[in-house]
Design a protein around this ligand. Structure first.
Ligand SMILES: [Zn+2]
Length: 447
């Protein structure tokens, strides 16, 4: 990210949400044919809306609530509203909203044959506190276990930004309780709070856990392909752990000392997703696509739980002998709802000048930017050749830091959680790189 005024941005985003909900009463309706039907595990939902590529479905029952981000295909939207906690809910309410939270339509659906579980009274002298609540995170679930002697049943509540719910669960003998909370709407590394209460509503225990990130399989490398023989180092920006990089020279030969560590990372205005996890997910997609075209790909990190400075990232790319070093970031702004892609290359580094003249460098950046704008449909985009990034300045190969979208823009934040939009970013970057490798530059052809 470039700007550090995160609180201001969050406040701004909250203000925006207020304004858009006021405006929702007069929003033009463009949703038609809402269809809801029960499945074994929830309610399938479909509707048509030609005006937006992505929409939010906010749902709520007496037991649970959550947010689905759906991708349209030829104006058709469909998905399943998961209801893993359905115990006493009689109906389901949904709201269809634009990614900027403008209400387009709403509907209510009657749920069939819901019987609330029979409740059993708490024994006298029952545990007043639970000391052994254990939460084990998974990909889209959290397993819980605890003992609460004297409680025959307990209320287990959970809450993440994307999904909330509560269940009445039965003792399994000797005061032991255990089970799995399904969180299909939550994202990798989302924080989930779990609270256990007795049926008398007395709180027994509470704890927090982060969901796991389970990386996709990217092991396949095509034996032949248009990028055969090309070495790419990908650099997913930031990381889960703190980093201390000290002071370093801004670029080789420069007197100026700057931070060699890592800049403040961005965070989703609405989803609260950290930039580090969103760019890691996108980087895996870029890696998979590049390898499918025969490229040799490494990454400066494959997980969240590492600490690697910007200088170390450049050194790693140099050691790998990479031909291209692509640094993947997401932007923040305090100035309104930006929707643009920024590609930054180095400007005064002697390492960069040894690679190619800076004007030619700019054309390579423009080629990648144009391909990304085409694949994502984003209109705004800028190439900047600048000294501001140590990781660019100390790289001995063609390198760009690419701000793929704005986490501070609610609409961008929502769609950046979807597989589909992340794939579009990866597709554009890879197509742009392929054009560069094949010499199909926008303005400048070099040999
Ligand atoms: Zn960043």
């Amino acid at each position: 990210m470039l700007h550090k005024r995160l609180m201001q941005i969050i406040l701004f985003a909250v203000l925006l949400c207020c304004v858009s909900s006021l405006g929702s009463a007069v929003a033009a309706k463009s949703v038609t044919g809402i269809r809801l039907s029960e499945t074994g595990t929830g309610v399938s939902c479909s509707f048509a809306c030609p005006d937006y590529p992505y929409l939010l479905v906010k749902y709520k029952t007496a037991d649970e609530s959550g947010i689905l981000v759906l991708t349209g295909r030829n104006g058709q939207f469909e998905g399943e509203i998961p209801l893993p906690c359905k115990q006493k809910a009689k109906n389901l309410k949904i709201e269809i909203k634009t990614p900027s939270e403008r209400l387009l339509d709403k509907a209510t659906f009657d749920l069939n044959d819901v019987k609330a579980p029979e409740t059993r009274k708490v024994s006298s002298g029952a545990a007043a506190k639970v000391k052994d609540l254990t939460l084990t995170p998974g990909d889209k679930y959290v397993d819980y276990s605890f003992t609460a002697p004297g409680h025959h049943q307990a209320i287990v509540q959970f809450s993440s930004v994307m999904q909330k719910g509560q269940l009445i669960v039965d003792e399994q003998g000797d005061g032991r309780f255990s089970g799995r909370l399904l969180l299909p709407c939550a994202n990798a590394k989302d924080s989930v709070t779990v609270t256990v209460s007795g049926l008398n509503n007395r709180k027994l225990a509470s704890d927090k856990v982060r969901l796991l990130f389970v990386p996709p399989d990217v092991s396949y490398v095509a034996e032949e392909g248009p990028l055969k023989g090309v070495k790419v180092c990908l650099d997913p920006g930031h990381q889960g752990l703190e980093v201390h990089g000290g002071r370093v020279h801004q670029y080789p030969g420069s007197e100026k000392l700057v931070s060699g560590g890592n800049s403040t990372m961005g965070q989703g205005a609405v989803t609260l997703r950290k930039e580090s996890i969103a760019v890691l997910e996108i980087s895996y997609r870029i890696c998979r696509r590049l390898r499918e075209l025969g490229a040799e790909v490494t990454m400066t990190r494959w997980v969240e739980e590492v600490s690697v400075t910007n200088m170390e990232r450049a050194e790693y790319a140099n050691e790998q002998g990479a031909d291209y070093f692509l640094r993947i970031h997401l932007n923040m702004s305090s100035e309104g709802n930006n929707n643009a892609i920024y590609v930054y290359g180095p400007s005064n580094s002697p390492y960069a000048k040894a690679v190619m003249p800076i004007e030619q460098y700019r054309d390579v950046a423009q080629t990648i930017l144009d391909a990304m704008k085409e694949s994502t449909g984003v209109k705004g985009g800028v190439v900047r050749m600048s000294d501001q990034f140590v990781g660019n300045n100390w790289s001995k190969m063609t390198t760009f830091l690419i701000e793929c979208g704005f986490l501070s823009t609610p609409a961008n934040d929502w769609i950046l959680t979807t597989d589909d939009y992340q794939e579009k970013i990866a597709q554009g970057m890879v197509e742009g790189l392929q054009a560069v490798v094949e010499g199909r530059l926008k303005k400048f052809v070099f040999h």
